[in-house]
Design a protein around this ligand. Structure first.
Ligand code: 5RP
Length: 229
């Protein structure tokens, strides 16, 4: 893959976002992810709503909710939903088998709830996010604060290296009031097993391995749109 600059990368993010928004139909409940790529999609959805598209949406973070509301997109209470028609979200890494690492932006828990509720989970990325094996990016793990040392120890026992995420000099705090441990497992041979093992640790609210949950990844590379499904 050729190295590209930030402007070219943003052009890829925008192209993937525009391709994904075409799948949204009148009447849909839309799950909105978090991050720079998803922001392009939310902005486009806002334009469509101004042009008459009728949708409601659920947001995966406070910043996404604020953006959507500012664009005139009606936001529903995520906790009240049994189903979402379509969701659009980004990823930090993905493989051709549609396994992902997410949560670089810290919104992994609500993003996972949205993906779990969604009939059609669309992930949008630029070409830099495609990998043969997950794991160059660390796995974010959202942790109830009083369990952070216990969870860190368990992650280390699983062969990972647990690093508590910081925001400047302070702990990073999620929208849910929790901490994030960024867990470095190196390249991950079996994402499904690691996902299972992390879910077994008391104190883990959610982790950023998204396995068997994505319907399609829309990746933009240069002038091409490539869909993995
Ligand atoms: C936030 C996420 C984002 O989707 C992920 O970090 C990708 O972000 P970006 O589109 O800015 O590269 O999982 O929790």
């Amino acid at each position: 893959m050729a190295t590209i600059n930030q402007t070219e990368q943003n052009a890829e993010k925008l192209a993937a976002a525009l391709a994904a928004v075409k799948f949204v139909k009148d009447g849909d409940v839309v799950g909105l992810g978090t991050g720079s790529t998803t922001t392009f999609a939310i902005n486009e959805l806002g334009k469509c709503v101004k042009d008459g598209l009728k949708i409601t949406a659920a947001a995966s973070s406070i910043r996404t909710e604020e953006l959507a509301i500012s664009l005139g997109i009606q936001i529903l209470d995520l906790g009240s939903l049994s189903e979402i028609d379509i969701s659009i979200d980004g990823a930090d890494e993905f493989t051709e088998t549609l396994d992902l690492i997410k949560g670089g932006g810290g919104a992994l828990f609500r993003e996972k709830i949205i993906a779990s509720l969604s009939k059609n989970t669309i992930v949008i990325t630029d070409a830099s996010k495609k990998v043969k094996k997950l794991g160059a990016f660390t796995v974010p793990v959202e942790v109830i604060p009083l369990a952070y040392q216990y969870v860190s120890d368990q992650i280390n026992k699983l062969g990972g290296k647990a690093i508590l995420r910081l925001a400047g000099e302070k702990h990073y705090i999620t929208d849910n009031g929790n901490l994030i441990i960024d867990a470095d497992f190196g390249l991950i041979a079996d994402p499904q097993k690691l996902s299972f093992d992390l879910n077994q640790i008391n104190g883990v609210l959610a982790h950023g391995l998204f396995v068997n949950i994505t319907s399609k990844v829309i990746m933009s590379e240069g002038k091409d749109i490539i869909i993995f499904e």
